[in-house]
Design a protein around this ligand. Structure first.
Ligand SMILES: [Ca+2]
Length: 265
């Protein structure tokens, strides 16, 4: 193929919308962010779940032999309470529900239920999928498992009610990870990306993306693993994000855009 012919083919594909990443996301706005505050975060914490209540941040961490549940002061990173998981359990998402903390594990098919008052395990439950992220809409638990599915679980029986498939511009979005319920929408980290999907809990449609590219410096990024922690304070609207082995916890504001833009390379 001559270069001129190849160029003509590419041009034809471009004008017909067949190539170019803009086409994938063209119907979904991509929001930016503004850092409001930066707080210390334990760079040894392999963050898998983040939640917030009454001035305290709750964090679940992963890896075999290093998984934990911890309660910290967001402004300082001070650890108020800490519980190690058994070595054979790989901790995943967490969510506070009334006076309990529910924590998933990755491939053990078992969830742990902690008493918020003394951080003792008071119950367990089982599920047939991997466990990734978990949040709550105030009535049901919402769980991710590494696919594009989100399942709604009864918070008393842990039985699955309904399930939604998460789609952006008609395409399934797999690898949904840490979750957070924010003002009637589900925020989800997408594993190995710096994007948060903003998802309608009714339809599973991604109504917007939040692009957190550049939130860590290049040097920080080299030492850290992926974005994987979102916590929201419904009282003040504060939104916290961090990631696995990140040295910082960020408070951010979402800077809304009505327009889509191509994914970062
Ligand atoms: Ca969360």
């Amino acid at each position: 193929m001559t270069a001129k012919y190849a160029a003509a083919l590419i041009f034809a594909a471009l004008i017909s919308g067949c190539i170019g990443e803009v086409a994938v996301d063209e119907e979904v706005p991509v929001h930016g962010f503004r850092v409001v505050a930066v707080h210390p975060h334990d760079p040894e914490a392999f963050t898998q779940g983040l939640d917030y209540r009454d001035g305290v941040l709750y964090e679940g961490t992963g890896l075999y032999g290093r998984s934990s549940l911890r309660e910290t002061v967001p402004q300082t990173g001070e650890v108020l309470r800490y519980r190690a998981l058994p070595d054979q359990l790989y901790g995943e998402g967490i969510v506070l529900v009334e006076d309990r903390i529910v924590q998933l594990t990755w491939r053990s098919g078992v969830g742990l239920v902690w008493d918020l008052e003394d951080l003792s395990v008071i119950d367990t439950f089982v599920y047939p999928t991997e466990g990734w992220g978990i949040t709550s809409d105030g009535e049901m638990l919402i769980m991710s498992d590494g696919t594009s599915a989100l399942r709604f679980l009864d918070p008393e029986t842990y039985q699955v009610g309904r399930e939604i498939q998460v789609l952006a511009a008609g395409e399934p979005i797999p690898l949904l990870n840490e979750l957070e319920w924010v003002d009637g929408l589900i925020y989800a980290n997408v594993w190995k990306t710096e994007r948060i999907a903003v998802i309608s809990p009714e339809t599973g449609e991604v109504t917007a993306w939040i692009d957190l590219s550049g939130i860590l410096t290049g040097e920080e990024r080299e030492r850290a693993d992926v974005l994987n922690g979102i916590a929201h304070d419904p009282e003040t609207g504060r939104l916290f994000v961090t990631g696995k082995l990140w040295p910082k916890l960020f408070e951010i504001e979402v800077v809304k855009s009505e327009r889509s833009r191509p994914k970062a390379a």
